[in-house]
Design a protein around this ligand. Sequence first.
Ligand code: ADP
Length: 477
Amino acid sequence: GEDAEQATSGSSDGQPVDSTEDRLSLIVVEGFQVGRGAARIDPSDMARLGCQAGDIIMIEGSRTTAAKVVPSALVDRGQQSIQMDSQVRQNSASGLGEHVHVHKARVSTAEKITLLPLSGGAPIQESDLQYIARYLVGLPVTIGDLLRVGTPGTAAREFLIIGTTPSTPAYTLQNRQPTGDLPIVASPAATTEVEAVLVQPGTIVRAQARGANNGAPKRVGYEDIGGLGKELQRIREMLELPLKYPAVFDRLGVEPPKGVLLYGPPGTGKTLIARVVAAETKAAFFIINGPEIINKFYGESESRLRSVFQEAQRKAPSVIFIDEIDALAPKRAESGGEVERRIVGQLLALMDGLESRGQVVIIGATNQPNALDPAIRRPGRFDREIALRVPDVRGRIEILQIHSHDAALANDVDIQRLAQLTPGFVGADLESLCREAAMIALRRVLPHIDYQRGYIPYETLVNLNITMADFQAALRE
Ligand code: ADP
């Protein structure tokens, strides 16, 4: 009866509490030493909310967030006020003097939380994640919270909580002007939904990589090459077959190809193709840059070539990609230089001496096949050729789709139309068009990011997408 009532709703300052309420409107006042992730309120208000010190409350400002509740100091009581830790206040998007709604949270233990690093810097290490996990123990989080934490030895970094298990709602910033006093709204119907999750020692903290996987180069595959349907089929026959199934060639008694020459204008995907072939066949990948080996390794060009070939044979299956091979093997008649002659001779000797049975494939790339020393195109050397052309409109559609695949595109983006607007564009041009359009979209929303507040409203992120106008602006640049 009365004793039980007193125990749950009585306040610690002796004032009897008339009734418990689901929700209170409290005024935000400046707080000192509030404690990380905490909010301090009058113990009698705590009692009215049915809370005890250490419980989790939801704070609804312009955004909703969660905090650990602690009793306010004696001098601050009786004013229906709330003091928040600065990060909590940022996450509730509330200002001093504004009112917020507060209620007791439905919480669950966090099995896992996922962070999106917002600031650049070094990739997030496993040890950083463990540190953040320990830092958060005992604190509640919600999806959309901004978290600022300095990992040891680094400046503070910012993360957006983008996922929790179990999941909380993704609290977004309300488009509401600060109104001073908030009308009391009927408390939301009780649901079993979790409003916030509490980080515990066993909680797993993961970082969502931006782009592919934490800064590591993205794994490429055939699906990353656009507009080369027929050519790609030939490339696979010539390169993939010997690398993957050398026995096929043995059985047929034919020599697998050693060298394939890719020629075409810059940016048509020659390097990309070589990388993809290596990745798809799980072959080791070696790059030799023609001009570099001549100039930078002057005097040791030949030994450099030898060591790459040796290494490739040791690590077979391997792909050796020789970019701008025309610099390395120009027509002897024209160059006439003793050095060049020795280098071409070395390359030919290395290719002739290669006893790899298809397990080492050499891909040469050039923009000007006619500038090549004919000796390197003889049988047993670069005896297969594939011409890469500037893509037609259908090729451009495919390439644009590849490079906008992971981007948030607005509904009005018409890839077909963009392809029609870009005759003469090669793959590299189309890729930079997509990148430029993304930058224009970013600049469009940047003014709405309040650096002072240190908080990127969830809605800004959600509304960050690339429109047709962004692409058109990129085309004009
Ligand atoms: P090249 O070696 O012919 O000069 P690259 O392979 O270096 O050209 O192309 C540069 C970039 O342009 C590639 O990494 C890729 O992002 C893009 N690109 C070029 N061609 C294509 C293509 N056919 N499909 C998709 N992307 C392409």
